[in-house]
Design a protein around this ligand. Structure first.
Ligand SMILES: Nc1ncnc2c1ncn2[C@@H]1O[C@H](COP(=O)(O)OP(=O)(O)OP(=O)(O)O)[C@@H](O)[C@H]1O
Ligand SMILES: [Mg+2]
Length: 266
């Protein structure tokens, strides 16, 4: 990774370099932690990872068709499963050797990707966003044995709207958009109704995936949030905690009738 370039003479904006996976420290997640947090996307043999493989394929198809690189994952209200889905979709994408996946925790105030993957520390992506460092290799890691680069946030008291509405954040997103076409960037976003953060982020990304929580998200909440996120494009929606889908609480869809299809008897 080259150093940060000098600020643009006309705009004063910096342009940031996005590190290659090989430039990041390697992190090996603990299998028990992943299991406890329901992060199954790395494991193609886990039956519950299958909905994420299907989601992954749909996402890739739609992103390629539209030339999108950055997708945000959001929901109208808190707790719908955005971070759970961001982590699992990123993990599932990262199994594909032909693709580079980068996942960023942009729910800066209620960061949870670090906990989901079992990362501890301080000075994560929030430090970069706040200008504490210009070097993304200091705040990210590459997940061992996968094609995933992970940029978590750690607990902080930052005023996030100031950070996300800044020129700095715009320059960072611009650098992400210049990444090669074999890259998919996932933003774990805040919920739409919590504050302005999701709306601010939505103005800069290519598209968003709307997480709908069975039994809790109302039709009105969905239409209101889609209106608030305009003109950002909704690339699709995920019905989370759907009861009647594949077992053990993941419940993303009704794929259980195919559960024996890949079962091996050996
Ligand atoms: N389908 C699911 N099956 C099992 N656990 C789930 C599922 N969806 C979410 N969870 C769990 O529910 C909790 C809340 O989910 P998560 O943190 O992903 O929500 P969120 O939308 O990111 O919340 P916030 O708005 O606070 O960021 C987590 O402990 C997560 O592991
Ligand atoms: Mg979250």
């Amino acid at each position: 990774m080259s150093d940060i370039f000098a600020p643009d003479a006309a705009t004063g904006r910096k342009s940031f370099s996005i590190p290659e996976r090989s430039e990041l420290p390697v992190f090996t997640p603990n299998a028990a932690v992943l299991e406890r947090n329901h992060i199954v996307g790395f494991n193609s043999r886990n039956l519950t990872s299958r909905p994420f493989s299907l989601l992954r394929s749909q996402l890739i198809k739609r992103m390629r068709t539209n030339g999108y690189k950055i997708v945000g994952i959001t929901s109208p209200a808190p707790g719908a499963g955005k971070s759970f889905l961001s982590a699992n979709i990123a993990a599932s994408l990262s199994r594909l050797p032909s693709l580079k996946t980068l996942a960023f925790d942009l729910d800066v105030r209620r960061a949870s990707l670090a906990a989901n993957f079992g990362l501890t520390g301080k000075g994560g992506l929030e430090d970069f966003l706040a200008g504490g460092t210009d070097d993304l290799t200091k705040v990210g890691c590459s997940v061992a044995g996968t094609n995933l680069s992970l940029f978590p946030c750690f607990p902080n008291d930052l005023e996030t709207v100031d950070l996300l509405a800044s020129d700095r954040f715009a320059a960072f997103v611009k650098a992400l958009k210049k990444l090669p076409d074999d890259t998919i960037v996932i933003f774990d976003m805040p919920p739409v109704f919590a504050n302005d953060d999701a709306m601010v982020v939505a103005t800069m990304i290519d598209a968003y995936l709307m997480v709908v929580e069975q039994g809790r998200t109302s039709a009105r909440q969905i239409t209101d949030s889609m209106r608030l996120l305009e003109p950002a494009k909704c690339i699709g929606s995920v019905l989370n905690r759907y009861e009647g889908g594949i077992g053990e609480g993941i419940g993303l869809g009704a794929y259980d009738k195919y559960s024996d299809y890949y079962r091996r008897d050996d």
